[in-house]
Design a protein around this ligand. Structure first.
Ligand code: AMP
Length: 462
């Protein structure tokens, strides 16, 4: 029986994989100019890292986490019928998002030393949520995210938002078709009272709201703002707004973030109902949505400030903030806008053999060209010369080197430029000498890359 990839997952075939790699490279380059360094944390963590950080009452943790069971723990859980006998450190889950793991790592390795500059980190990789799969909503999807720990300043918030918007812009997401929503969720000073007023509001309108929202009144009342149920949405339009309940410090912080965005020319819409799904946010939250063609999965990225998260993860009080963008959603947005840039496979040249007697020399030349950093191919299937040219055409190579027994007897090969059809006889030993000047170690550089066209100028070309 042949198997398919599990529901809600997708293979990244070479074209998509190339796009993912080039997107991550672009992110590394852009985020690098803002001082961000890469970090990779495990794909699974001790479950408490997520339940404590993101919050047990959130959908992401309460309904969508993939539990990891392994070896003896698997047997033990089977025998018990659940995980209750496992120690906390034996209870593991696949990461549903990147922030909690990064903050756990920052705390574990003390990356924000007292008085030191903020830690600026970015990551890229798969996240796992057991959601109901649909277009733009997967169970394994890919995020690129950034986290900045150690600053409460509104400039850090503005920088984070600007970096995200610049990234989307540089990737080709049409800015005219996106909207940036921002809000402040307050802090420990002002949010508890606000939360209570929303809870009371939901209880006052219980009869008009869905069962889930009635339950949320006690567990996570602010989530009612995200309810997809139309009746609930209508009720929540009149719910108390956080912006009317911010304390002076939070209000001042929010005003400064907005002023910095204004000065940078970044357009935004204030949305006092934007609460985002995770418990750890404080003060600034933001979300980038595409306005057309994405249906209900229109959010391509979002984030916010989480000044309490480091403490929740067992560390010293360390303010922080971050964002994550969804790679698959961004690709859908680029497709919808017709701006998805192809990142084609680059093949420089093809070495064709007139008959099998020259294959060993062809192989030797292929190796020399690869050592020089060129991407060259030869036939590995014993195909005819005609088929080899077809293959070279299909690969879109600029140059084909034809090796035939007659030319080889004189130490020569024929080099053909596939676009101009110009041909030259080139001395194979001279070509190899030329190639040998290039290459070097991939690590730490080496000589400048050679162009396949240089073969036309190999000493001894006629
Ligand atoms: P979140 O961590 O929920 O704020 O998600 C950040 C971004 O990841 C979203 O804006 C989406 O672009 C993307 N995303 C979240 N969940 C999924 C999913 N199940 N499938 C695909 N992309 C997702």
């Amino acid at each position: 029986m042949a198997y398919n990839a599990p529901e809600g997952t997708a293979d990244m075939l070479p074209a998509a994989a190339r796009l993912w790699r080039s997107t991550v490279d672009s992110a590394a380059k852009l985020f690098g100019t803002y001082g961000y360094e890469p970090i990779y944390t495990p794909l699974f963590e001790i479950t408490d890292v997520f339940t404590h950080g993101i919050g047990e009452a959130t959908d992401v943790v309460g309904k969508e986490m993939f539990v990891v069971r392994s070896g003896e723990n698997y047997k033990r859980a089977l025998a018990e019928g659940d995980d209750s006998k496992l120690k906390s450190k034996q209870k593991l889950s696949l990461r549903p998002e990147g922030t909690a793991g990064v903050v756990r790592a920052v705390v574990q390795h003390n990356l924000v030393e007292q008085g030191a500059a903020p830690a600026k980190l970015f990551y890229a990789g798969p996240m796992f949520r057991a959601e109901r799969p649909q277009k733009g909503r997967l169970r394994q999807f890919h995020q690129i995210g950034a986290e900045c720990l150690g600053s409460t300043e509104p400039t850090a918030d503005a920088e984070m938002i600007i970096m995200l918007m610049r990234f989307f812009e540089k990737m080709g997401v049409p800015m005219g078709k996106t909207r940036l929503l921002i809000n402040s969720m307050g802090d420990d000073n002002c949010r508890p009272a606000y939360r209570e007023s929303v809870r009371q509001f939901i209880l006052d309108h219980e009869g008009e709201m869905c069962e889930e929202c009635r339950r949320r009144a006690d567990t996570n009342p602010l989530r009612a703002f995200d309810c997809k149920n139309e009746a609930c949405a209508r009720v929540m339009e009149n719910a108390p707004k956080i912006t009317d309940h911010l304390c002076d410090d939070c209000r001042e912080h929010y005003e400064q973030v907005k002023a910095l965005l204004d000065a940078a020319g970044v357009k935004y819409i204030e949305d006092p109902t934007l609460v985002r799904g995770l418990d750890y946010y404080t003060r600034t939250v933001f979300e980038v949505q595409v306005v057309e063609g994405m249906g209900s999965q229109s959010a391509i990225g979002g984030g916010g400030r989480y000044d309490k998260l480091a403490e929740i993860e067992g560390g010293r009080p360390t303010p922080g903030l971050g964002f994550a963008l969804g790679f698959e959603r961004m690709v859908l947005a680029l497709e919808a806008a017709g701006t998805l840039a192809d990142s084609p496979k680059r093949v420089d040249g093809y070495i064709a053999c007139v008959d099998p007697s020259v294959r060993a020399t062809a192989f030797d030349l292929v190796c020399a060209a690869r050592d020089a950093g060129l991407l060259v191919e030869m036939d590995h299937q014993g195909k005819s010369l005609k088929s080899q040219f077809k293959m070279a055409d299909k690969l879109g190579v600029r140059v084909v080197i034809v090796l035939g027994p007659d030319e080889l007897a004189q130490g020569k090969a024929r080099v053909r430029n596939m676009s101009t059809h110009a041909e030259r006889l080139v001395d194979i030993a001279a070509a190899k000498r030329l190639l040998a000047q290039f290459g070097g170690n991939l690590v730490g550089g080496g000589a400048a890359p050679v162009s396949i066209d240089a073969l036309f100028d190999a000493e001894g070309a006629e």
